[in-house]
Design a protein around this ligand. Structure first.
Ligand code: SF4
Length: 357
């Protein structure tokens, strides 16, 4: 397997009648396309859903005529919304070619209510991780930048939050975001733009299965989001068994890519470790994990995610005592560990459970 090769899904996502999605265009693109009015203002009208009416931007005659002549104004439509007992909503969105993706909306009622949105970057995923429902469906295509941004705007318009200052985005839905880096990065550019949602890049996390070539590229891009790494094993043999990407970029290459990332002050990596009963949950696994992390074992986030069981995988969640023992072992080495009880498990919206049905 050579994941560096151009693959069929590297082709740009289909754009309606050859026109780009209006929601993936920056002010400078609108200007270059001949925007008749202030391009920054038109960008704001498109990108601020709290000022929309009935789920669509209020553009005015001139702007509407201009955009209809150069761009596609369709947005991913919400077809299904299933609410979990914990308030998490799993949403199925339909794209303009009829394909479907899933987005998860997770409100958190604390002192100041906040929303985390887990967004998709591809229809399906090519990486084939054996514990993941999305991996089992294979890859259909990349999302365009406009579809990625449109997914956020559609969901915000329907469910909030009312302003982007309360929104956190994680690319942990369907797909390997670094497999679609051009579109994902353009989407991040749009989402962080000061005339639009203006979400700080430090509130956007891109989660990767360990696509080293993509990590190396993303490290040099601006704006640069936070990075999360889905690890899930402590040795190459075990990791290659559950994550085929490890056969191309093993743990040593992955560790070297993290060393070259160039962490800024206060920037932390997030490491995700899905706990699979009898596969990666022994004390020895914990010790090897700490050895691999080395200096990164302290001051970064290590999330343990007990397996969310589903029909597409044979793996099971470890017993509670084993989860605790694994966590305690890591803590004894000085790691900052959180056991993530995945939200939305009852509606299959938890980590590794997103799949087109
Ligand atoms: S865990 Fe992530 S990278 Fe792996 S198959 Fe699932 S969606 Fe793809």
């Amino acid at each position: 397997m050579n994941l560096n090769n151009v693959m069929p899904w590297d082709a740009p996502a289909p754009e309606k009648a050859g026109r780009p999605s209006a929601f993936g265009l920056l002010p400078e693109d609108l200007k270059a396309l001949g925007c008749p009015n202030d391009a920054n203002h038109l960008f704001s009208l498109l990108q601020r859903p709290w000022a929309w009416k009935e789920g669509a931007p209020k553009l005015g005659k001139d702007n509407l005529a201009f955009l209809e002549s150069v761009a596609d104004l369709s947005l991913p439509g919400i077809d299904e919304s299933i609410e979990s007992l914990d308030g998490t909503r799993k949403l199925a969105l339909t794209l303009s070619d009829g394909r479907r993706i899933e987005t998860v909306h997770m409100p958190r009622v604390v002192k100041n209510a906040r929303v985390t949105m887990c967004i998709s970057s591809q229809v399906g995923c090519a990486m084939g991780c054996t514990f993941c429902a999305t991996g089992a469906m294979g890859i259909q295509r990349n999302l365009s930048a406009g579809e990625i941004v449109g997914q956020v705007l559609s969901v915000m318009s329907a469910l909030g939050p009312g302003t982007s200052s309360r929104l956190t985005l994680v690319f942990m839905g369907m797909g390997e975001p670094l497999h679609n880096l051009d579109h994902v990065h353009r989407a991040i550019h749009v989402l962080t733009h000061s005339a639009g949602l203006c979400i700080p890049a430090r509130r956007i996390t891109v989660s990767t299965s360990g696509l080293v070539s993509g990590i190396e590229k993303l490290a040099k891009l601006k704006p640069r989001p936070l990075l999360a790494i889905s690890l899930n094993a402590s040795s190459d043999t075990a990791r290659s068994r559950t994550m085929p990407v490890n056969k191309v970029w093993n743990l040593e290459k992955l560790r070297a890519a993290l060393d070259s990332w160039g962490l800024r002050s206060n920037e932390k990596f997030t490491f995700e470790y899905v706990l699979l009963a009898g596969e990666n949950d022994t004390d020895e696994d914990a010790d090897r994990l700490v050895a691999w992390l080395g200096a990164l074992s302290k001051g970064h986030n290590l999330n343990l995610i007990p397996m969310n069981e589903h029909d597409a995988s044979e793996f099971c969640e470890p017993a509670e005592a084993r989860i605790q023992a694994f966590s305690d072992r890591l803590k004894s080495h000085g790691c900052f560990v959180t056991v993530r009880r995945s939200r939305g498990r009852d509606v299959n919206a938890a980590c590794g459970q997103l799949v087109k049905r």
